[in-house]
Design a protein around this ligand. Structure first.
Ligand SMILES: Nc1ncnc2c1ncn2[C@@H]1O[C@H](COP(=O)(O)OP(=O)(O)OP(=O)(O)O)[C@@H](O)[C@H]1O
Ligand SMILES: [Mg+2]
Length: 275
């Protein structure tokens, strides 16, 4: 089966925009900031899902975003990935890429990978083949799954398998993996594209405690080389990650700091933690 056929199959689903990119070497992070949002507003039928949201993420940072249901966390990711156009505001990737003027595939291509809540893996293919496909979905190259992999490609897949702890499952059909393993496989598929920025929306939802802890270790190992923005409700997981925490409420930043600091903030307790 060709990559094109796979991409047009229903199994491909929502993640298609994730896959068609390779790392662009030219991202300008000379000011340390990899992602910069200023006064972003998004309205749905007059309701302000984002209301002058401003946020800056440093290169290599692992940032957690928390906040009550409907605070605008997913909408923020939709704006960053080009799925939703803001009514107002600026959104830059590095110093020079204006994300509000780029299409979803262009943004993915520029080095922003997004993990959706529902894994978009190929259930009937092996774990290894899933990673191979993720590497080969550069749409400019007409490649089939059965074209020969070069040594560099094999090494890259082996490294990724190790990182996502699926080395022993490489030849297993992806559909037979546990929920947590499927999530890791999808993260592995994103990593095959070498994104500079990873957006992860509720990545540990539905995972066992053990899987959640392993996911935390994985994210911490990715920080530095990649920048990560993680939306979660699981406070133990956020504590494990240990990064700066941004609290969203009604489409804007309510508080920002380390977890202990935002947990002690009376406004945060009132709208979120005290529920
Ligand atoms: N396409 C849309 N059309 C209309 N309203 C929308 C749309 N997308 C989001 N909203 C609304 O915008 C608000 C913010 O939603 P969003 O999904 O960003 O919240 P969230 O912080 O991700 O919440 P949760 O923690 O429940 O995932 C909600 O009130 C939601 O109903
Ligand atoms: Mg959400």
């Amino acid at each position: 089966m060709s990559v094109e056929q796979l991409q047009s199959s229903p199994e491909w689903g929502d993640g298609a925009a994730n896959m068609g990119h390779v790392l662009q070497p030219g991202l300008d992070i000379s000011h340390k900031v990899i992602l910069y949002l200023e006064d972003i507003s998004v309205s749905f039928d007059g309701f302000k899902a984002l209301n002058k949201l401003s946020l800056a993420i440093d290169a290599g940072e692992l940032r957690c975003i928390i906040g009550p249901n409907g605070a605008g966390k997913t909408t923020m990711m939709d704006v960053i990935t080009g799925k939703t156009r803001p009514d107002a505001g600026t959104c830059f990737f590095g110093q020079t890429l204006d994300l509000t003027r780029m299409t979803e595939p262009e943004i993915a291509h520029a080095g922003i990978g997004r993990k959706f809540q529902k894994p978009t893996i190929f259930e009937r293919h092996t774990v290894f083949e899933n990673l191979e496909l993720a590497m080969k979905t550069d749409k400019r190259a007409r490649v089939s799954l059965f074209a020969r992999l070069d040594d560099a490609g094999r090494d890259k897949i082996a490294d990724t398998l190790k990182l996502i702890r699926l080395g022993a499952e490489a030849e297993r059909q992806a559909g037979l993996l546990s929920h947590g393993q499927k999530q890791w496989l999808e993260i592995g598929m994103l990593l095959m594209q070498e994104p500079q920025l990873l957006l992860l929306d509720e990545p540990v939802a539905g995972m066992t405690d053990d899987e959640t802890e392993r996911t935390g270790e994985l994210f911490k190992s990715l920080a530095g080389k990649h920048s990560l923005v993680v939306v979660e409700h699981d406070m133990a997981f956020i504590e494990q990650l240990g990064g700066q925490v941004t609290v969203l409420h009604e489409g804007a930043v309510l508080a920002e700091g380390d977890l202990a600091m935002v947990q002690a903030d009376p406004r945060v307790i009132e709208v979120y933690l005290g529920r």
